[in-house]
Design a protein around this ligand. Structure first.
Ligand SMILES: NC(=O)c1ccc[n+]([C@@H]2O[C@H](COP(=O)([O-])OP(=O)(O)OC[C@H]3O[C@@H](n4cnc5c(N)ncnc54)[C@H](O)[C@@H]3O)[C@@H](O)[C@H]2O)c1
Ligand SMILES: N[C@@H](CCC=O)C(=O)O
Length: 523
């Protein structure tokens, strides 16, 4: 009997309605709790289930208040990396044979535990990566969904695939895990992204060494705590933090690592892809690499589209979390005949966004750190030589905050050969480009080394069909914004240099973490 037959239909975790005063008060209370409980604390590594404290630590700071150290994490050394990989390799010998139903049970239980702590994790995320309440809540809700979706996937992939029968043999094709997976994640989705990659690995029966981004490690640390409370055996996920030169290349190069699951920048993803291709002394496999990277995502607006809906979608996707999403709309490509009208609508909406700390639920929060703020301001200055600045472009001094707050910024008449059009800037900067007609708009949208998300607005079924066929992205959204993929529904991952095309939250994702074995037994 199929193991998945007994499951209730899946439903996505509902978001909190912060417009309700009681709900908002509970979120404020969660901030007070997190500040009281975690502020100033030093968190340990987790190696083979053991908490390992180090005196050498680094500070995690609040992006809204750079002077505020919220918590600290250890600077692990090579010996800790060795311990993490050994613990994962040892745990693999048991976990690989664990019953998928038991794996699924642990994940489902962890989902319930996270559900009860959602507001706490929202507050942690805001304090370490600057998301506002709604953005943090969206991501923590996605993490709850991941637990449920990956539990289901564990059961689904436990079933053998049918093959053509033989008269004198019993033949099956089954799926087996592959080994120790190094999971390396970015700061901008510090919960759902490390969790998605780690759950992909463990749901399939692998074990993990998790190295989160140093800017925001507590969101992932707490998920591991939750997984342990749900019954995850020691060593199945090991947690390492530290400097990139100690924890980056050495982890990728390690001969006992079977796979690297990475999400982050194109530069680091390409470096990992190349390094992992070298077979190290003692290594007896070719490493598998999943590298999900950046985007330069476009929204195309056709003349026949609902222009108000398009303008709203563009603003949400360009300036949500200050544009710091791989899926963010950073290019609006609009048909000439409605270009000025759409630009005016977008500028009007964007100008109303309030800039300030995520903890106080402002719409546009700080960028992750001062250096990134300075990088953005330089790109904006350069952009002024290539295009017309129509909104923003400056740093905002927010009262009592020293973080890097950048105004929602819009350039118009951005040429296709400019940096504004081509480079992922990863901030609240939107480039408007004029297209002769809708076909030209599609051509411009596809003129990118990336291919992650894209939106296309039109009322014409023929144009929508053409967009389905020709818009070269992994996640295409028709008549809606290009951010906000939901686990289990919008399998997420891109084309071209946006990555290896693994689609997290989708029906094929677990296959990345599995190998198939054919077994033929003569009767
Ligand atoms: N495609 C996606 O699904 C997706 C999702 C989120 C973010 N992103 C991308 O991530 C980027 C932002 O995140 P970031 O700034 O944290 O990215 P990053 O590449 O700088 O860092 C990502 C991770 O790699 C680690 N790292 C650094 N050097 C390393 C090395 N030599 N070897 C191994 N690991 C190393 C970092 O410590 C971090 O944990 C953006 O480009 C964004 O588009 C992509
Ligand atoms: N999955 C997220 C983006 C993650 C990248 O930063 C979205 O769909 O908006």
């Amino acid at each position: 009997m199929s193991l998945i037959a007994g499951l209730l239909p899946f439903t996505h975790e509902a978001y909190f309605d912060f417009s309700c005063p009681e709900v908002a008060e509970r979120q404020r209370e969660a901030f007070r709790y997190v500040r009281q409980t975690y502020l100033g604390r030093s968190f340990p590594l987790i190696l083979g289930g053991e908490r390992v404290e180090l005196t050498d630590t680094f500070a995690v700071t609040n992006p809204a208040q750079n002077a505020e150290v919220v918590w600290r994490f250890p600077k692990a050394q090579r010996e800790h990396l060795e311990r993490a990989v050994s613990a994962a390799a040892e745990a693999y010998e048991t976990w690989r044979f664990s019953d998928p139903l038991q794996r699924a049970t642990i994940l489902k239980r962890a989902g319930q535990l996270l559900r009860a702590r959602r507001m706490e994790l929202n507050a942690v995320m805001t304090l370490e990566n600057g998301k506002n309440w709604t953005e943090a809540d969206g991501e923590v809700a996605e993490s709850v969904d991941h637990f449920e979706i990956f539990a289901r996937e564990a059961l689904k992939w436990a079933q053998p695939k049918p093959v053509e029968p033989m008269p004198d043999e019993h033949v099956t094709m089954i799926y087996e895990p592959i080994g120790v997976v190094a999971v390396i994640s970015p700061w901008n989705f510090p919960s759902a992204i490390p969790l998605g990659m780690a759950l992909g690995a463990i749901a399939a029966g692998n074990t993990v060494v998790l190295k989160p981004a140093s800017e925001a490690p507590l969101s992932a640390w707490l998920l591991l705590e939750i997984l342990e409370q749900a019954g995850l055996p020691k060593g199945v996920v090991n947690f390492l933090t530290g400097e990139d030169d100690q924890m980056g290349d050495p982890l990728v190069d390690h001969p006992r690592v079977r796979m690297v699951a990475f999400t982050g920048s194109k530069e680091i993803g390409m470096r990992i892809y190349e390094r992992a291709s070298r077979v190290q002394p003692g290594q007896i496999w070719l490493k598998r690499v999943m590298a999900e990277m950046g985007g330069k995502d476009a929204t195309v607006v056709c003349a026949d589209a609902d222009l108000d809906a398009a303008a709203t979608g563009i603003v949400q996707a360009a300036f949500g979390y200050a544009g710091q999403k791989c899926s963010a709309c950073s290019r609006a490509i609009v048909e000439d005949s409605v270009y000025d009208e759409v630009l005016a609508k977008v500028v009007e909406r964007a100008a109303q966004l309030r800039v300030g700390p995520g903890e106080e639920a402002f719409e546009v929060g700080p960028v992750i750190e001062m250096r990134q703020g300075e990088r953005l301001l330089r790109a904006i200055e350069e952009g002024k030589q290539q295009a017309k600045l129509v909104l923003g472009g400056e740093r905002v001094q927010v009262e009592d905050c020293d973080g890097a707050f950048i105004q929602p910024t819009i350039f118009s008449e951005v040429p296709r050969d400019s940096r504004l059009f081509r480079e992922e800037l990863f901030g609240p900067v939107l480039a408007f480009t004029r297209a002769r007609d809708w076909q030209h708009a599609l051509e411009l949208a596809n003129d990118s080394e990336f291919g992650l998300t894209g939106s296309f607005y039109s009322r014409d079924p023929h144009k929508l069909d053409e967009a389905r066929r020709r818009f070269h992205v992994g996640n295409l959204y028709l008549n809606r914004k290009c951010t906000g993929a939901l686990s289990g529904t919008h399998a997420f991952g891109g084309y071209n240099l946006s990555g290896t095309g693994a689609k997290v939250g989708g029906p094929d994702y677990l296959f990345w973490f599995l190998q198939s074995k054919t077994i033929a037994q003569k009767y």
